[in-house]
Design a protein around this ligand. Structure first.
Ligand code: FAD
Length: 418
């Protein structure tokens, strides 16, 4: 893929009009007054039939899985296609377009949406039994319910599994869950929470314990959700803590309803999905900064000339354009791969995330600089994008963790025993 198709452009335009009509006029309420983003996101899903399309696809997939299980067949590994599927590539483009368009004005909104529909529903779809999928996934896909995916704890972030303290203990036919999670997107409002913890059987040492995932209701007794945490940016995405104290759940809440359904591998799939989503977010942020900066450089006059005539200002614009082109090409590669039935492996997704997060941050900092004093003022919007972009270097694995993933794949492509 070397360009957006005409259809892609038209769809982008439709999303852009929606965002400019429904979100931009109220952006301060989301950014500074704590208005949760969910009503407008639901409206967006409804306007574009996105929930219905996702539901139809979910039901088709579930029927295939049900038929497979009735025949006693294991889930088939989907290998790469032998021929390119434009339909699959278009589906990937359609997933990326709302991310790009929302990120131009509110990276927080797309984070709230992505965690609910992508990470939470996605984890239940991959790991849940058919009954669990039927029960929990549909309301998440339409955003009737809000989802949260909780792995990070106060003492375990980058080392998510090694230092994890949250536990599940067997209790009759069910489990008792304890622990604390932090920095959880949608945590304060979530109706459905995927809670990741270790099985404490009283014998196995913590580092060797199985990692399990449970699906919890937001209102479960013993589960307390904090208010939204105050943070540097991403204000349109509520982030909070979860406290679990003796939460009793039945086996029907254990994803996969089997302790053999080890969640470590699935959490890694989720990390990969988060990493690829950052590419489209970075593109939206960089495109918007470049537009704002180009307009400003044409119209802001100093020393009797538009500042765009100064070479140091031109250098900033040129660098922003290079970053925009590179990020867009990486997004096109993702879409092209989807057409071939392939996706990036974890190391490539890490390389993309590292580059795109850093490029977006550099572009935003230069945008603030190009706007001078106005750049430091909220009214000119680049300061919000700058605060928001910083998170791309932190969540979904920090820059430093991406570096180590890339280096490990280079140094030990076959994997390392320890
Ligand atoms: C706005 C926001 C939303 C989030 N949403 C979610 C969510 O929905 N669900 C969820 O579970 N989590 C979420 N997170 C958590 C996020 O994934 C973690 O913050 C992130 O993985 C980093 O973990 P940490 O904050 O504990 O930092 P730490 O792991 O403590 O890292 C501190 C510093 O040490 C560096 N470091 C750590 N280990 C190494 C190493 N081996 N080599 C080199 N440097 C290292 C890090 O790069 C970093 O610079 C969110 C975070 C934010 C900020």
């Amino acid at each position: 893929m070397i360009e957006w198709s005409e259809t892609h452009r038209q769809i982008r335009e439709m999303f852009r009009r929606f965002v400019e009509a429904e979100i931009v006029p109220h952006i301060d309420a989301y950014e500074h007054e704590g208005r949760p983003p969910y009503d407008v996101l639901r409206k967006m899903m409804k306007t574009f039939g996105a929930g219905e399309m996702a539901l139809a696809e979910f039901r088709r997939e579930l029927e295939r899985e049900r038929a497979r299980r009735e025949r006693g067949e294991a889930a088939a590994e989907r290998g790469p296609r032998t021929s390119f599927s434009q339909e699959a590539a278009d589906r990937a483009a359609l997933r990326a377009i709302p991310i790009v368009e929302l990120a131009r004005h509110s990276p927080g909104m797309i984070t709230a949406l992505g965690v609910s529909v992508g990470l939470t529903a996605g984890a239940i779809q991959r790991r849940g039994t058919i009954a669990q999928q039927e029960r929990f996934v549909p309301p998440l896909l339409t955003m009737e319910k809000i989802g949260a995916w909780a792995i990070t704890e106060p003492g375990s972030g980058s080392d998510a599994f090694g230092a994890m303290k949250s536990t599940a203990r067997r209790d009759g036919d069910g489990y008792v869950l304890n622990g604390q999670k932090t920095f959880i997107t949608n945590g304060p409002y979530a109706d459905t929470i995927v809670f990741i913890c270790k099985l404490d059987d009283g014998v196995t040492p913590p580092e060797q314990r199985k990692v399990l995932s449970f699906v919890l209701d937001g209102e479960t007794p013993g589960l307390v959700r904090s208010k939204p945490l105050r943070k540097m940016g991403l204000h349109a995405s509520p982030t909070g803590e979860l406290f679990l104290d003796g939460v009793r759940v039945g086996r029907d809440r254990l994803l996969g309803e089997s302790e053999d359904a080890e969640a470590r591998g699935d959490a890694k799939v989720t990390f990969g999905a988060e990493r690829t989503g950052v590419v489209a977010m970075a593109l939206g942020i960089v495109e918007r900064c470049l537009e704002l900066c180009t307009d400003y450089a044409r119209t802001r006059v100093q020393f009797g000339r538009p500042i765009g005539e100064f070479q140091l200002v031109q250098l900033k614009l040129a660098r922003m354009q290079v970053a925009r082109m590179n990020i867009q090409n990486l997004l096109f590669r993702q879409i092209e791969l989807a057409g071939w039935g392939r996706s990036m492996d974890l190391a490539e997704a890490s390389a993309c995330k590292l580059y795109c997060a850093q490029a977006a941050m550099e572009v935003c900092l230069e945008a603030v600089q190009l706007f001078g004093g106005n750049g430091y003022m909220a009214e000119y919007r680049v300061e919000q994008l700058c605060r928001d972009a910083k998170v791309l270097q932190i969540y979904g694995g920090t820059d430093e963790i991406q570096v180590s993933q890339i280096a490990r794949a280079l140094l030990w492509p076959e994997g390392r025993a320890s």
